[in-house]
Write a protein that binds this ligand. Structure first.
Ligand SMILES: C[S@@+](CC[C@H](N)C(=O)[O-])C[C@H]1O[C@@H](n2cnc3c(N)ncnc32)[C@H](O)[C@@H]1O
Length: 293
């Protein structure tokens, strides 16, 4: 059986690989939404769900690995959420940085902007080449180079905002590459904030650190009549406004160690823990969330 995770070479991806026709265009986008997102490296769609919960609509979803895309489609249909207006593009992001994919994407972004709302790119490029658990091949590795592909796509298409997510190793061991990315995005007109964020700080029951860059194009500020920060860095304000928990305090809580796995073990939550920071709390609550509800 062919290995579906094997990456195509840059020159093999085409619009057909993504299963899109040049006349596919935007339709049925809720004009009441906060804005449209073009999602890259979408995986099973967890990053997109967060945006959806805040009122954004994914208009385009691109993922290379077929089983992940299948999981994305399945979950959306189980949750009763409409598919992205431009559909699911299964194939390599590379097809969108060359013609005719590049022009196709520009046109769709222009249509999304015509709805009068901001348009954003969200994506967490594959991380094994930056990961502490990986081989540190960095930006030139088979996966690592996709970080540049994503950054180049942002610089070419200039969405109103973007989110870039990756592993801690990018900050710790490949800081030069991160600085290069920041400089390029700054030169393309973005004001941004970079943070090594932990899910626990924002109420997610998982001790997981990720480098996240959030950027807004300067024209968004100019449209709102705001004075631009002198440098391209936004500082840490936007991160701290949303913080729910202090990470040191959370880590100092009386977390239990590991215990054997099994059904109906009757494990009780140790006193002093915050139940909402445990997975069990959310299992008990049930998956009752539906976007817009
Ligand atoms: C770190 S995961 C992203 C997970 C995702 N943010 C989520 O919430 O589920 C990176 C994803 O990039 C996908 N990917 C790898 N190479 C790609 C390529 N050339 N084009 C598009 N997607 C690719 C992988 O299959 C993987 O799902």
């Amino acid at each position: 059986m062919p290995d579906s995770r094997k990456k195509p070479k840059d020159n093999t991806a085409s619009l057909e690989d993504l299963g899109i026709s040049l006349d596919a265009s935007l339709q049925n986008v809720d004009p009441e939404s906060c804005g449209g997102i073009f999602s890259f490296f979408s995986g099973a769609g967890f990053l997109d769900l967060g945006f959806e919960e805040e009122g954004f609509v994914p208009v385009m979803v691109n993922e290379y690995h077929p089983p992940f895309l299948a999981a994305y489609k399945h979950s959306r249909s189980r949750l009763g959420i409409a598919p992205p207006s431009l559909g699911y593009l299964g194939g390599s992001i590379e097809a969108l940085r060359r013609e005719p994919g590049k022009a196709w994407l520009s046109q769709r972004i222009a249509e999304a902007r015509d709805l009068g709302k901001p348009v954003g790119f969200v994506g967490g490029p594959p991380c094994p080449d930056f990961s502490n658990a990986g081989k540190h091949r960095g930006k030139d590795g088979e996966h690592g180079r996709l970080t540049k592909v994503y950054v180049d796509l942002i610089r070419a298409q200039l969405p109103d905002f973007f989110v870039f997510e990756n592993v801690k190793g990018l900050l710790r061991n490949h800081a030069e590459h991160l600085r290069e990315i920041e400089q390029q995005l700054g030169a393309a007109g973005y004001r941004f904030a970079t943070r090594l964020a932990n899910g626990l700080e924002y109420g997610v029951p998982q001790d997981r650190e990720r480098v996240v860059i959030i950027g807004f194009h300067k024209r968004l500020y100019e449209r709102a009549g705001q004075i631009l920060p002198r440098r391209y860095r936004l500082g840490h304000t936007i991160w701290h406004e949303e913080l729910l928990h202090d990470i040191d305090q959370v880590r100092s809580l009386p977390w239990p160690g590991t215990s054997p796995f099994g059904e109906d073990l009757g494990v009780t939550c140790p006193e002093g823990l915050r139940p909402e920071l445990t997975v069990q709390h959310w299992f008990r609550k049930g998956s009752s969330w539906i976007p817009g509800s």
